[in-house]
Design a protein around this ligand. Structure first.
Ligand code: NAP
Length: 223
C-alpha cells in the first residue's frame, strides 16, 4: 500500500497500523496540491490495483478572503490533481481488465454551501469526473466509485477552524470514517458509481436543494 500525505508523523502512524495488520506500507510525503507533488506520487506507483483519491481540505471563507495561492493549490488538490492521477494510473488498469478507482467527494457536490463555494464546486467536479470516467472504463472491468458523505468525524473541520460544528450539528448527521469505507466497498461490489453513505443522508438527498433544507442547514452550521 502506498500512502501519500504531507505530514510524516501521520504517514508513520498509518503505516504502522497497516504493518500491524500484516500488510506492507510505503509512506510517501508529498504535497498533492502541486503538479510536481502529484508527479512524484505517480513516479512511485507501479501496477496500481486500487486508487483512492481521498486527500482534501475544506475552505470556509467568505468571498474575497482567499489568497491566490490558496485558491490555486486547493483547486489543484481537489480537481486537476485527481484528473492527473487517473490519467496516469487508470490506463494500466484498463489494459489489465481490472482495478478500482475511489474518489472521495462529498454531499457538497449536490448542495450549494455558503462560504464554501470553491469546496462545493470542487466536489461537483470530482463527482462528475467519476461518472464520466466510469462510463468510459466500465466495460474493461475497472470500477469507479464517487463517495459523497455528509459530516464525518475526522480532523477536517477542526483543521479548517470549524470546531463549532461538532457541537452544533446533531449526532444523527455524523458518520464515522468506517461507515464511509463500508459504503465504498458496497458501491464497488454493486457497481454503483455515485454513493451517499448513511441512510439519513440518502433519505434527505432529494430535498437538499429545497429552501427549507438550505435554511435549516445554514442555521445549524452558522458561526
Ligand atoms: N470529514 C467530513 O465531514 C467530510 C465530508 C465529506 C467529504 N469529505 C472528504 O473526505 C476526504 C478526506 O478528508 P477527512 O475528512 O478525512 O479530513 P482529514 O482528517 O483532514 O484528512 C485529510 C487527509 O488529506 C491529506 N491532505 C490534505 N491536503 C493534502 C495535500 N496538499 N497533499 C497531500 N495530502 C493532503 C491529509 O494529510 P496531510 O495534512 O498530512 O497532508 C489527510 O491525510 C476529503 O476529500 C474531504 O473533502 C470529508
Amino acid at each position: 500500500m502506498i500512502l501519500a500525505a504531507r505530514s510524516s508523523s501521520g504517514l508513520s502512524r498509518v503505516s504502522d497500523e497497516v504493518k500491524a495488520l500484516g500488510g506492507r506500507a510505503r509512506p510517501i510525503a508529498v504535497d498533492l496540491s502541486s503538479a510536481s507533488g502529484v508527479d512524484d506520487l505517480i513516479d512511485a506507483c507501479d501496477d496500481v490495483e486500487t486508487l483512492v483519491a481521498n486527500a482534501g481540505v475544506t475552505l470556509a471563507a467568505s468571498i474575497g478572503s482567499l489568497a491566490r495561492d490558496q485558491i490555486d493549490a486547493t483547486a489543484y488538490l481537489m480537481t486537476a490533481g485527481i484528473t492527473r492521477l487517473c490519467e496516469a494510473l487508470v490506463p494500466a488498469m484498463v489494459s489489465a481488465g481490472k482495478g478500482e478507482v475511489i474518489i472521495v467527494s462529498s454531499i457538497a457536490a449536490f448542495v450549494p454551501m455558503k462560504k464554501s463555494a470553491a469546496y462545493a464546486a470542487s466536489k461537483a467536479f470530482a463527482t462528475s469526473y467519476a461518472r464520466s470516467l466510469d462510463l468510459e472504463v466500465r466495460a474493461s472491468g475497472v470500477r469507479v466509485a464517487a463517495l459523497c458523505p455528509g459530516y464525518v468525524r475526522t480532523d477536517l473541520h477542526r483543521r479548517a477552524g470549524l470546531d463549532h460544528l461538532s457541537s452544533k450539528v446533531p449526532g444523527w448527521m455524523w458518520l464515522e470514517p468506517e461507515d464511509v469505507v463500508a459504503a465504498a466497498n458496497r458501491a464497488l461490489v454493486r457497481k454503483r458509481v455515485v454513493t451517499v453513505p448513511g441512510i439519513a443522508y440518502r433519505v434527505v438527498r432529494p430535498f437538499l436543494s429545497s429552501r427549507l433544507a438550505q435554511t435549516s442547514w445554514q442555521r445549524l452550521t452558522r458561526r
